[in-house]
Design a protein around this ligand. Sequence first.
Ligand SMILES: [Zn+2]
Ligand SMILES: [Zn+2]
Length: 362
Amino acid sequence: MPSDVKTSEDTSVSFHGWASTGTANLKQWSYHPRPIGPKDVEIEITHCGICGSDIHTITSGWGELKNGPCIPGHEIVGKVVAKGKDSHHQIGDLVGAGAMVDACGDCDDCKAGFDQMCEKKAFTYNDSFKDGRGGLSYGGYADRVRVNGEYVFKIPAQISAAEAAPLLCAGVTTYAPLKHHGAGPGKRVGVIGIGGLGHLAIQWAHAMKCDEVVAISTSDSKREEAKKLGASKFVNSKKPEEMAAAAKSMDIVVCTSFDKNQNWAEILQLVANRGQFVLLALPEAPLSIPGNAFIARHVSMVGSLIGGKDVVQEMLEFAAAHNVRPWIEKMPMSDANAAVKHMMDGRPRYRVVMETEAAARQ
Ligand SMILES: [Zn+2]
Ligand SMILES: [Zn+2]
């Protein structure tokens, strides 16, 4: 563990979860959480989604683990079982926590609603708190978690606990950039990759009443499902004639695929002149991109990371109102390794949510 990481532990309690030590083979492990602070909330976890980021982290694809054993999981849903004196949450509330669990609330980024860029933010796992109270952050493949209640969101009554889980990362990751770049009437949106992120992006763009929602995939097997999700068009990116017909036809393209062999020149052709190409999935290797689309056609390429806390709450309410739901497969939390393997094999349609035995009985 780096020596500048201050730890802080409540040795009277232990939380139990599934931890990685740098490979995808998770082991049962426990830790003492940090003492509950005035704004904190303790969640008894019932569900946790498996995000692509969990896999990149536990396999060390994004680099070595920072603080020793890492309990992944940042699509956390459960009940509030304890809270600090300044928390507005109520004991027993069904709540969720996503990919970040703390930020300063006071810097320019936080004030602008981009708290995910705050230098004092804490990601939900493989990170440390920087609020002066010390402590490391651990995720939701576990029985409990203690986090800043400002980053805990009430789940609208219309959304089930299991379906709420993927919204907390995959949901906001796709909702926030579409909203930010003006998806809505008059705009044509393309979604590259129909998986955990893409199947939500299609639903958001459809619910936002975009003129056209184009699903772009390497596999014709997704054609029918894309239509069910709300896509008005489908492009098979392996078919040159379909790619040529779709050239310059989308104002906003969100890319949820991190295919190592992505042909960037070809993909950028889809973006209309002056349109935006938004990178949502972080490839493990640097990108190699030809510059002509940027110069000649004023296409801009931007990235987007999750969403600030206000956007998360807005997204949950939008999902409730417009019936946007992830397509999920539930698997038992007691066999986290099987669930992770299912995800790594690329099999889920479209998101795996782990569930505790107690929640499964209800
Ligand atoms: Zn995630
Ligand atoms: Zn800040």
